[in-house]
Design a protein. Structure first.
Length: 125
C-alpha cells in the first residue's frame, strides 16, 4: 500500500521532545556503563605488572591508540617477539584468574621477572 503525503502523521513538538529526552537518557546510561567498564578494566589491569599492562595496552589499543602487532611492540621495547607473546599470554591468564576471583590483591611490581625466573628487562613503555 502506498502512503500519500496526507497519510503521514507528523510528530507533535511534545512527542519530539519525548524522543529527545529518551535519547538523552539512553546516552547517559551508555556513558555510565562505559565508565563502569573502564573502571573495572583499570581494576583488573592493576593486578598486572607494569610490563604486562604495557604489553596488553599496546597489543589491544587500551589507551585509545591503534592496536600494535607483537613485532611492533617487541621492537619498541627492545625484546623478542616471543617474549612479547609470553608476556601477553601470562597477562591474559592472570586477568582470567582475577576475573574469576575478584578479591585478589593487585600485583606488586616485584613480579617484574620474566618467564623462567630471569630478571625482567627494564620497562620502556
Amino acid at each position: 500500500m502506498d502512503l500519500g503525503v496526507n497519510d503521514v502523521q507528523l510528530l507533535t513538538d511534545g512527542e519530539i521532545a519525548e524522543l529527545n529526552e529518551a535519547a538523552d537518557r539512553g546516552q547517559q546510561r551508555s556513558d555510565e556503563l562505559r565508565a563502569r567498564l573502564a573502571e573495572q578494566l583499570r581494576a583488573l589491569l592493576s593486578r598486572l605488572t607494569r610490563l604486562e599492562r604495557g604489553v596488553l595496552t599496546a597489543r589491544f589499543g587500551l589507551d585509545g591508540r591503534a592496536p600494535e602487532r607483537p613485532a611492533d611492540v617487541a621492537e619498541r621495547l627492545g625484546m623478542s617477539v616471543g617474549r612479547v607473546r609470553r608476556l601477553e599470554r601470562r597477562a591474559l591468564a592472570k586477568l582470567a584468574r582475577s576475573a574469576r576471583s575478584p578479591v585478589a590483591e593487585p600485583t606488586s611490581e616485584e613480579e617484574e621477572t620474566s618467564d623462567h625466573g630471569r630478571e625482567a628487562e627494564p620497562e620502556r613503555i
